[in-house]
Design a protein around this ligand. Sequence first.
Ligand SMILES: [Fe+2]
Ligand SMILES: [Fe+2]
Length: 216
Amino acid sequence: MREKWTKLQMKRNNDDIGKAALLAEPKAVEIETYLKAKLTPNRYTHVLSVRELALDLAQKYGADLRKVNLAALLHDCAKWMRTSELYETAVNHGIQLDEIEHHNPSLVHAPVGAMLAVSHFDIDTPEILDAIRIHTTGSGKMTIIDKILYIADFAEPKRNYVEAHSVRALAYQDLNRAVFEVSRYKIEHLLAKGVLIHPHTIDAYNSVLQEIGESK
Ligand SMILES: [Fe+2]
Ligand SMILES: [Fe+2]
């Protein structure tokens, strides 16, 4: 019993040391400094809260902590831009926007954020860039990093809708079910508002539902 407890304590200490090293990584500190200067205090707090939950989930599910850390930090790095600036930046950098993105500015910070991650922070890891790119809509082919960021963005503790709490609890039990609930909630919410739904959101819903079905 005592041995088991000591091992558990040692694991916890090692996890804490690993996490502290990640947070102190120069690239992460550089990004944080940028975000603090550019984002509103609320948005900056949200990003740190997303990072906290994302790292926790990454630890639980064995995802690459460094990639999750950088993806979470960078996911909203373009949120400071005005709508016109987002569209201008997309055009100037050859980012192909689809029809729904042309009608919905709130989707555009994701692809522009991925572009900024490359051009401003020299991030060239496809898994990090993809996770940033699809963090709002989800997609039909989500990696574990995509799923963790998608959930953490929706369910971080500073979110004040009730679903954030239930999805957060569910994410520790079953990651796919949490992805399913997030996409379901987003679709219901968009339907209730009577606005356009990005096909990637539907793809995420269909694909994770099939994954859940196959694992039964
Ligand atoms: Fe976002
Ligand atoms: Fe976010």
